[in-house]
Write a protein of this length. Structure first.
Length: 359
């Protein structure tokens, strides 16, 4: 073979080898991607002794990179049709990731029909939304993006926006091993972040679980006794979550204008049943009930003391003490109970910079 041809062949072979061995610039330094960093939930020791393990799906393990990506997406307004709304728009950290408005307002001015629920300790939950229509945080995160009363967007549009973003492809690669962005990975990341929103550092926790006898006043301790005993609050709001997994009719109305769970299942005896919300940080999550009808904790306590509609269709069995006339709260009981509810505030949760907008 003439020398020029050998030289050209050698150069061609070198080029092929170089192309074949070229490192994808999207990959980190090193020959192989070692995967994201496992994320460990930071919980007080007493939580492990007092509560069952959180629900962590095997197909969406929590990672440091996934949580950080989810935090950015939770605060990302590109998820909405006109770039004005993010998940955080209706779930404000200062309000324990709830909405201080009675009903949230969508990107076109549409007004919802239910108050936005607080996002607290949902890693232990089983039903999401007031009517329980979603059964995982991933499922829940799918729905607001396309809801015409909320973000009014489409998932293909959201995916397209994030794919051309200067930062998101790299963040997805770090979290999932691929820069390919799709709706499943988006909601998986958001769900990972939401599972980090844990709140177990209230004055009640330090008193009840930590043994600090000086952290609660006498009035607050009396209110705790009302909560745990004569007020029957604990029947549905069990610590340490101060919630249960039930959807219940607590006697708000004689006529159910909102069918609640029954509107999802079509089952008549579930009409008027709504999810039992957590009472953690309750002093910061007003207004209260699924329709935000009560502006203050005093109004809520007054309702349970005097205004439960015992003839409400499908009244939950947990309201049996009210039916039997066992709940009799004096004005002092009510004031003490409100004082106790304030001890469930966790300021470290409300102010944690790890939960704030990273943009």
């Amino acid at each position: 073979m003439p020398q020029p041809k050998k030289t050209l062949l050698a150069l061609a072979l070198l080029l092929v080898v170089a192309i074949a061995c070229r490192r994808d610039p999207a990959w980190p330094p090193g020959d192989h991607w070692s995967g994201p960093t496992p994320y460990t939930m930071q919980l007080p020791a007493w939580v492990h002794d007092s509560l069952y393990p959180p629900h962590l799906p095997g197909n969406n393990p929590m990672t440091v990179e996934g949580v950080e990506l989810g935090r950015r997406l939770f605060h990302e307004k590109a998820l909405s049709d006109n770039h004005t709304m993010s998940c955080a728009s209706c779930h404000l950290q200062a309000n324990a990731f709830s909405d201080p408005l009675t009903f949230s307002v969508g990107t076109d001015g549409s007004v919802g029909t239910r108050n936005a629920m607080a996002v607290i300790n949902l890693a232990w939950d089983e039903h999401f939304f007031w009517d329980g229509r979603a059964h995982s945080l991933e499922h829940q995160a799918f729905l607001p993006v396309t809801d015409p009363a909320e973000m009014r967007n489409t998932w293909p549009e959201v995916e397209a926006r994030l794919r051309v973003h200067p930062e998101y492809p790299e963040l997805f690669r770090k979290a999932f091993g691929t820069a390919d962005i799709d709706s499943v990975r988006i909601v998986q990341a958001i769900a990972q972040f939401e599972r980090t929103l844990v709140s177990f550092n209230s004055r009640f926790d330090r008193f009840y679980y930590g043994g600090d006898s000086l952290v609660m006043t006498e009035a607050e301790q009396r209110g705790m006794e009302v909560f745990f005993r004569t007020g029957h609050c604990i029947d549905c709001h069990k610590p340490p979550l101060f919630a249960d997994h039930g959807l219940r009719n607590n006697g708000l109305d004689l006529v159910h204008t909102d069918p609640g769970m029954g509107g999802v299942t079509g089952i008549s005896w579930q009409i008027g049943a709504f999810k039992t919300p957590t009472l953690r940080n309750i002093a910061y999550t007003a207004p209260y009930m699924h329709d935000g009808r009560f502006a203050t904790l005093e109004e809520v306590v007054h309702f349970y003391a005097e205004d439960v509609q015992l003839a409400s269709p499908n009244l939950d069995n947990h309201m049996f003490p009210w039916v039997e006339g066992l709940v009799n709260l004096s004005m002092q009981d009510r004031a003490d109970l409100v004082a106790f509810l304030h001890t469930l505030t966790d300021m470290s949760f409300l102010l944690d910079p790890a939960h704030s907008d990273p943009h």
